[in-house]
Design a protein around this ligand. Structure first.
Ligand code: DNO
Length: 398
């Protein structure tokens, strides 16, 4: 597998030199400053490429875009989308011309990844991301005051949420809002409660069927261009893989993935196999999903979560948690072997260690949540060990 590392650009607290020290060779990045829906120009792409390759001794290349974001109006299917589709296609062409051929994107309405705690303390002083179902319910029911929320969460969860809400301070509630908003994509937008209500209101009347329809429409608009210029589109699953705040989510299960991949049955229409996102859903057997959709896996995020019965989960060590990482890596290496045997030149699947704990010198550095230096290096080192061991034992190409 091609070992890659997400880099948020020149302002990232983890510099390019550390990526090389961690042993990765591929960079996963995006032009985060460009507003959604605006074309990524050839100049801007070339500039980022130059930055990545500025010090040739680092041996880095830009291998995957994460993300080329899909404008909210496309998700909503709102108004005349001609220009937004065209802009997306132009960005794809510009990326392909620059030699960047894999694009990760998501189709989550309003929110991207969602956690309630960004610095859950671990033994020894490290920290981890966490999703506490009752805190999320408290936010939804008592802070957002979303109609129907209490019914959706159910009586037991409402009681736990009420107890949390009754014993928290204003500051703790403000922190919960900030943590939930931390996953918001884009140019670092953050909503307050009234603005979030407004954003959610835009989705009134958009159910799962409609959102699926809008996704398929997007794919029909962009996949022909992807085929033409040799781009692999890799949709990222919902994180966590369930409906949130009354918003439908349509990339949460094997059934959803089957629907998406067969609605537009082109090899260019593929998947980012995000083990952590899928793994947070009790419905998902991640190695089985990897095997079932193997030929369409264009990119993979390897990380693990430990689920709890009430829907809470904790980001575990990369080899800890509920997903059998050895089995998952085996599935991916087997797929690589198949691609190699079929003569594909780009048979290696780019992988990145997804989210790390904040460990040692990471603590207090203010890295993007989940994107610490030491923590991810630990994850990558462990995953690399598994890759080498499985490759050696099974005789599969690395
Ligand atoms: C979180 C990430 C996601 C992902 C987007 C892809 O850590 O995995 O934010 O980048 O959903 O579009």
């Amino acid at each position: 597998m091609e070992q890659t590392w997400r880099w948020f650009g020149p302002n990232d607290t983890v510099p390019l030199s550390h990526i090389t020290q961690a042993g990765a060779t591929g960079v996963v990045t995006a032009l985060h400053d460009i507003p959604y829906g605006v074309v990524w120009s050839r100049e801007a792409i070339e500039e980022r490429k130059r930055l990545i390759a500025a010090d040739p001794s680092l041996g880095l290349r830009w291998s995957v875009v994460e993300s080329l974001p899909v404008h909210e109006r496309i998700k909503l299917g709102e108004g005349d989308l001609t220009e937004l589709f065209e802009n997306y296609r132009i960005s794809m062409r510009n990326l392909a011309e620059a030699g960047v051929h894999t694009i990760c994107y998501n189709f989550m309405p309003v929110l991207d990844w969602t956690r309630t705690e960004l610095h859950h303390r671990l033994a020894g002083g490290g920290t981890s991301l966490r999703f506490n179902a009752h805190e999320f319910a408290a936010f939804d029911i008592f802070m957002l005051e979303r109609p129907g929320a209490a019914e959706e969460h159910g009586p037991e969860m409402v009681e736990k949420a009420r107890a949390w809400f009754a014993t928290t301070t204003e500051a703790e509630r403000a922190e919960l809002l900030a943590n939930i908003m931390a996953g918001l994509p884009g140019a670092y937008d953050r909503y307050d409660i009234p603005e979030l209500r407004k954003q959610l209101a835009r989705y009134h009347g958009i159910d799962r069927a409609k959102l699926r329809e809008n996704l398929v429409r997007f794919l029909e608009e962009v996949i022909p261009t992807a085929e033409e210029v040799g781009i692999k589109m890799a949709i990222h699953p919902d994180d966590p893989p369930r409906d949130l705040m009354g918003l439908p989510r349509v990339v949460s299960s094997a059934e959803d993935i089957e629907y998406i991949l067969s609605a537009v049955p082109s090899p260019a229409n593929g998947l980012t196999l995000c083990a952590g996102s899928l793994g947070a859903g009790a419905q998902n057997d991640v190695p089985a999903i990897a095997r079932r959709f193997a030929p369409r896996v264009h990119f993979t995020h390897l990380r693990n979560v430990a689920k709890e019965p009430d829907g809470s989960f904790m980001e575990a060590d990369h080899l800890g948690g509920d997903t059998n990482m050895v089995d998952l890596v085996t599935a991916l290496l087997e797929e690589q072997a198949r691609r190699k045997a079929s003569g594909a030149a780009d048979w290696r699947i780019p992988m990145r260690p997804d989210h790390g704990h904040e460990l040692m010198d990471d603590v207090g550095r203010g890295s993007h949540p989940g994107y610490s230096g030491v923590g991810r290096m630990k994850g990558l080192a462990e995953l690399r060990g598994v890759m080498h061991a499985v490759s050696a034992i099974k005789g599969l190409p690395l």
